[in-house]
Design a protein around this ligand. Structure first.
Ligand code: NZQ
Ligand code: ZN
Length: 394
C-alpha cells in the first residue's frame, strides 16, 4: 500500500427536495453574494435555477447569474465568470448542473482569487492556495466533480483540453437530489454510468499490487454501477436506482476508491484528446471506445489482474489460463458499455480512418503537452503506444 494524502471536505446533502436548502446552508456558512453558474438549457427550463435563486433570496444571499456552460466547458466563459466574480465581489460560486458546469465553476473560483489569466493554472499546474468556496446542485451523476479535486477545461484556440487538480477547489457543499436526474436523456444517463465505471477502472489497474481495503471498495462500486445501470435505463423515474447511481458517481471519483494505489489515468488522457479535437464528443462515450482498446493493448503487463477483475465484477469462472480470462474480462467490459447504448469504435463516434489520420499527430503533440513523454502506470505509454491504441479503437 503506497503512502497517500486524502482530504474530502465536502458536506453532502442528499435526497428529495434538498436543493431548496441551499440559501439557508450558504447563509450559515456566512455567504454574502454568490455567482450562480449553469449550463445551456436544462436547469433553466426545469425551473431549477429559479428555485435555487429563490432559496438564496429567502436567506438574504445576494446573487448574480452566468449561464451558458457547454459540455466540454471552454475557457472563454470561465474568463467571463472570473471578470464577473471580481466586478461583483462575490464570495461563493454556486454550480447548478453536471461536470461541465462544476468544472467551469471551479475554474472561476480559482481565477477570481489570482491576478493573471486563469489558464496559467492549467498550463503550470501550480498549487493555488486561494479559491472561492463552491456549492453544487448536481443534475447528472457522471464526472463526480461534486466531490473531486479536479477541473477539466477546454481551450479551443489552443486545441487543448486539460485538467487542473487542487484540493482547495473541492466543493464545500453538494446538494444531490436524485429526482433532478429524472429528465436526463438515456444517452446522457448511459454516458454518465460509463464515466463513473471508468473512474474505478483507472484506479484499479496500475502497477501497485493488491490493496484489499481500497480494491474491495472499488470492486463493490463496479458491481453496483453494473447492477443499477439496466434498472435506471429501464425506469428513468425510479427513485431508488437513480439515488444509488447518483451516490455511486460521487464515490467513484472523490478519491477513496484509489487511495494507496498509483492509479493510471492514461485512458482519460486519450479521451480528453478526442473531445478536444471534436468538442461535440461526450466524455463518457469517448471512454466507452477508448477503455477496451487500452485494455487490449496493455493487459499483457499483468493478465492476472484482469482475470481477477473479470471474476469479481462479471462473475467469470476461471479457466486456468489467465490470458484467456483477461481477454474475456475485456470482452465483458466492451459488452457492458454496448449494452448501455454506448459506441464501441471511433467510427461510431464519427472519427473514421481518414479523420483519425488527419488529427492524430496534432493530438499526440497536445497529449505530450498535457501528460509528458511517458504516461500511465499499469504500463508506461509513449506517443507510439498512444498512436497504436487510437488505431485499435477504429
Ligand atoms: O447544458 P444543459 O442544457 O444543462 O444540458 C446538459 C448537457 O448537455 C445535460 N444535462 C445535465 N443535467 C441534466 C441534463 N439534461 C436533462 N436533465 C438534466 N438533469 O447533460 C449534458 C451533459 O452535461 P455535462 O455537465 O457535460 O456532463 P458530465 O457531468 O458528464 O460532465 C462532463 C465533463 O466533465 C469532465 C469531462 O471531461 C467533461 O468535460 N470531467 C470532469 C472530471 C472532474 N472534474 O473531476 C472528471 C471526469 O473524468 C471528466 O473528465
Ligand atoms: Zn471521466
Amino acid at each position: 500500500m503506497e503512502n497517500f494524502e486524502f482530504v474530502s471536505p465536502t458536506k453532502f446533502v442528499f435526497g428529495r427536495g434538498v436543493e431548496t436548502q441551499i440559501g439557508e446552508k450558504l447563509a450559515q456558512e456566512g455567504a454574502r453574494k454568490a455567482l450562480v453558474h449553469f449550463g445551456g438549457q436544462s436547469a433553466r427550463r426545469s425551473g431549477l435555477v429559479d428555485r435555487v435563486c429563490a432559496s438564496l433570496d429567502a436567506a438574504g444571499v445576494e446573487h448574480v447569474e452566468l449561464g451558458g456552460v457547454r459540455p466540454n466547458p471552454e475557457i472563454t466563459l470561465v474568463r467571463e465568470g472570473v471578470a464577473l466574480a471580481k466586478r461583483e465581489g462575490v464570495d461563493w460560486v454556486v454550480a447548478v448542473g453536471g461536470g461541465s458546469v462544476i468544472d467551469s465553476a471551479k475554474a472561476i473560483a480559482n481565477g477570481a482569487c489570482i491576478d493573471g489569466d486563469v489558464w496559467e493554472l492549467f498550463e503550470t499546474k501550480r498549487p493555488n492556495p486561494d479559491v472561492l468556496p463552491i456549492a453544487v446542485v448536481l443534475t447528472i451523476p457522471a464526472a463526480g466533480s461534486e466531490g473531486s479535486k479536479n477541473t477539466v477545461i477546454s481551450n479551443d484556440a489552443l486545441g487543448r483540453k486539460t485538467g487542473y487538480g487542487n484540493d482547495r477547489q473541492r466543493p464545500r457543499l453538494a446538494f444531490m437530489n436524485p429526482e433532478l436526474t429524472f429528465t436526463l436523456p438515456a444517452f446522457q444517463t448511459a454516458a454518465g454510468l460509463t464515466d463513473m465505471f471508468c473512474h474505478l477502472l483507472e484506479r484499479f489497474f496500475d502497477d501497485v499490487g493488491a490493496v484489499p481495503v481500497t480494491d474491495n471498495l472499488n470492486l463493490s462500486l463496479m458491481r453496483t454501477v453494473r447492477a443499477e445501470a439496466p434498472r435506471v435505463l429501464a425506469d428513468p423515474e425510479g427513485y431508488d436506482a437513480r439515488a444509488n447511481v447518483m451516490w455511486a458517481g460521487m464515490l467513484c471519483h472523490q478519491g477513496l476508491a484509489g487511495v494507496g494505489r498509483h492509479e493510471d489515468w492514461a485512458t482519460h488522457a486519450l479521451e480528453h484528446e478526442l473531445s478536444a479535437f471534436d468538442t461535440s464528443i461526450t466524455h463518457g462515450a469517448g471512454l466507452a471506445v477508448m477503455f477496451p482498446a487500452w485494455m487490449e493493448y496493455v493487459y499483457d503487463a499483468n493478465p492476472a489482474r484482469f482475470a481477477f477483475y473479470g471474476r469479481e465484477v462479471f462473475g467469470l469462472s476461471p479457466t486456468g489460463d489467465a490470458e484467456a480470462d483477461a481477454l474475456s474480462a475485456i470482452d465483458e467490459t466492451r459488452a457492458f458499455f454496448a449494452s448501455l447504448g454506448m459506441p464501441t469504435t471511433l467510427e461510431e463516434l464519427g472519427i473514421g480512418e481518414e479523420e483519425l489520420d488527419g488529427a492524430l499527430e496534432k493530438m499526440l503533440l497536445t497529449l505530450r503537452a498535457n501528460k509528458g513523454e511517458a504516461f500511465g502506470s499499469f504500463k508506461k505509454l509513449t506517443a507510439d503506444d498512444a498512436r497504436a491504441i487510437y488505431r485499435l479503437a477504429l
